[in-house]
Each structure stands twice: as C-alpha cells, then as structure tokens.
Design a protein around this ligand. Structure first.
Ligand code: AMP
Ligand code: AMP
Length: 342
C-alpha cells in the first residue's frame, strides 16, 4: 500500500480532530489548515503532522493551487459548506473524498425534499399559504443559519397575526413534528456496496431544550421564540426494534442518490436528522451528505461501530480506511469526486 504518499487534509474545525486522528491511525500523514486562533490547538496533537495557517477559513481557496501541486486528499466536514461556496467546491481540482454533485441536492430545500420523498421517507407537511395551516407550524426563513431565524406558529390565525414580522423575506411553512430528535450517522462504502450505521446522537440546542424547564403556564405571555443553536451532542442507542427502519431509510437514500447523481450517488459518511413521534414514526428534517459533528462523541468507536469492527472505529477513521482500501485495490477514483485530478 502506498497510502504514505497521500496526505489527508482538512480545515481545523468541526470534526477535524476525529478525521486526522483516524487518518493517522490508518497510516496517512495528516495536514490541518487552521487560522491564527486555532493553530496552536492543532499543533498540540501528535497525530497532526503538519499545520498550514491562514487568516480566515474563507481564504481557503487561496491555498488550492498549493494543494493541487501536492499529493493530498481533502476530507470535507461541516465547516467546508459553512465557509466555502458551492462554486468554490466545484472549482477545486484537489482530490476530494465524496461526490460534489450531491451538494446541489443537499443545498436546496426543494431538491432535498424531492430526493427524500422519492426514497419513501416521511417528511413534515408543507403549507403553501397561511390560510391552509391546520396544526402547529415552524416557519423557516430562507438562508436561516445556525439554528436561528425560525418562527413557531400555532394555527392560521396566529400566522395572520404575526406574518408582518416576516416582511418581504422568503420562507417555508412546515408542520412542526412533536417528538424526540435522533441523528443517525451512516457510512456507505462504494467499494463493497455495504451500508453501516456508525453511531447516533441527539443535539443539545439552546433555547429549545430548556423550554420544558419552565411550566407552560409561566411561559404564557413571555413571548419566547424557540431557537435551535447547537451547543453540543449526547450519545443515544436506539430501541433495537426501530433499528431495521433506521437502516432501511439509509439504504433508500443511497439507492435514490444513484438515480439523481449517477453513477456514484452519495457515498462515504452521511447523516439523517429525524424526529420520532409517539407512534414510532421517523420524520426526516434534513440530510447532511458528509461527516457530522455528532460523530465526535465516538472518536473511540460507538456501540454500533463495535458490532462491525472489533477495534475503535470512528467515522473519521472509517473514511481513512475506505481511502486505504481504495488505494490497496487500485480504485482511488471510486472514493473521490470525479473532478479530482489523481
Ligand atoms: P464550525 O466550524 O464550528 O463553525 O461549524 C460549522 C458548521 O457545523 C456550523 O453550521 C455548525 O452549526 C455545525 N456544527 C458545528 N458543531 C456542531 C455540533 N457539535 N453538532 C451539530 N452541528 C455542529
Ligand atoms: P434544521 O435547520 O432543519 O436543521 O433544523 C434545526 C432544528 O429544528 C433541529 O433541531 C430540528 O430538529 C428542528 N426542526 C426542524 N424542522 C422541524 C419540524 N418540522 N418539526 C420539529 N422540529 C423541527
């Protein structure tokens, strides 16, 4: 195996420690691209072989010509979509783990909805007009980020009363699903065609996760809008009788992804964000087409990854294992975006 000739590189944020530790454990040299604030943190870890520091993550594109001249593979995470545009992603020719064609389907709420509904998943109802609202609704402003910018509406009359807050902005009216959130982390191997459930988490979000701490009677008239700003994650194991459905949802999402982004579809790490109702139905809020930060709970492996690997297998390490297996079978192109120059 000549994995030592490729360096695994990622941005110093989000799940970079997990990705670089996993790459190191699989035998790859590692490179963290940091900013001035995070540089010393990443340098402090022995598994980070090299650090390149830039002023702002948004300047990552300036580094691309240097990376294109080296033998590196980018493993993207949530900060890439936060700091780089879709155009930036497509412009880079640096070997990139994943299929960039999926980014368009992920970025648009409409396309994502088409993808997930073609995969037969339950989605919250959407209403075209305020008058149609017949149940509690979450109003999602376009471009809302970081869990802020949502409005919670009780019924059509409540919407009518408050619609002026929204002004000229575009929004969607989505049924509010009352249940418990569960984020399921998957890995799909294009080399073996096998799907694995790697781990699961629930998010800890402020202020929504604290509203239950004030009796509803006391909340009346306080004019609190729920926000969903993530501050951390907790582990979860799913009732085993619900696991088959969780697995089936992942399989269906992958199957349809091959139809919408042929031939490779979605591969590598991904996550389905669900809310589970009292009748054990999974409703899908969103899909993330890459490693999510909730996997950071499982740098040492999860109960689920232990079923497939009798060694610590984080999602970050699983990605590096896939790259290594691809190199060993002379099939690196299978695990990289097609625009990658290798
Ligand atoms: P950051 O690099 O921390 O700015 O995060 C990049 C993106 O990932 C942002 O959209 C964050 O909301 C999201 N993110 C970061 N950490 C977590 C986490 N622990 N759980 C869920 N999402 C996260
Ligand atoms: P999103 O921006 O879609 O990732 O959603 C942010 C947070 O809002 C997540 O914790 C979701 O669980 C929650 N959320 C989003 N849509 C709904 C919905 N239709 N019903 C209930 N909760 C939702």
């Amino acid at each position: 195996m000549n994995s030592t000739t490729y360096t695994v590189v990622t941005l110093g944020s989000h799940s970079a420690l997990q990705i670089l530790k996993g790459a190191h454990d699989e035998g790859f040299p590692t490179l963290a691209v940091t900013n001035r604030d995070t540089e010393s943190l990443y340098r402090s870890f022995a598994f980070v072989d090299e650090v390149i520091s830039i002023d702002h993550y948004a300047e990552f594109m300036n580094l691309v010509p240097i990376l294109e001249d080296r033998k590196v593979i980018i493993v993207p995470h949530g900060s890439f979509v936060a700091y780089l545009s879709l155009e930036d992603h497509k412009e880079m020719r640096v070997p990139y783990f994943g299929n960039k064609a999926i980014l368009d389907w992920e970025a648009s709420r409409e396309l994502q909805r088409q993808w997930l509904s073609r995969a037969g998943l339950n989605l919250p109802r959407q209403f075209k007009t305020g008058a149609e609202i017949d149940r509690p609704v979450i109003v999602k402003l376009y471009g809302a980020q970081g869990g802020k910018g949502y409005l919670f509406v009780r019924d059509a009359a409540d919407f009518e009363d408050r619609v002026n807050i929204l002004g000229e902005r575009d929004y969607i009216l989505q049924e509010y699903i009352i249940g418990v959130p569960l984020y399921i982390h998957y890995f799909y191997s294009p080399l073996t065609g096998k799907l694995e459930i790697m781990s699961m988490d629930r998010r800890y979000e402020t202020n929504v996760d604290s509203l239950g701490r004030i009796p509803s009677r006391a909340q009346e008239g306080m004019d609190i809008e729920p926000s969903y700003v993530v501050v951390g994650n907790s582990p979860l194991s799913l009732r085993e009788s619900m696991l088959a459905e969780a697995y089936r949802m992942g399989e269906n999402v992958v199957r349809v992804s091959k139809e919408i982004c042929p031939p490779k579809g979605l591969f590598g790490a991904f996550c389905i964000e669900t809310i589970i109702t009292p009748d054990s139905q999974f409703y899908i809020m969103e899909i993330s087409a890459r490693i999510v930060a909730g996997t950071n709970l499982f740098i040492d492996g999860s109960p689920y990854s232990y079923l497939n690997y009798s060694e610590p297998m984080s999602t970050g390490r699983r990605i590096a294992r896939e790259i290594k297996n691809a190199l060993l079978s002379n099939a690196l192109g299978e695990v990289l975006d097609d625009a990658s120059v290798i």
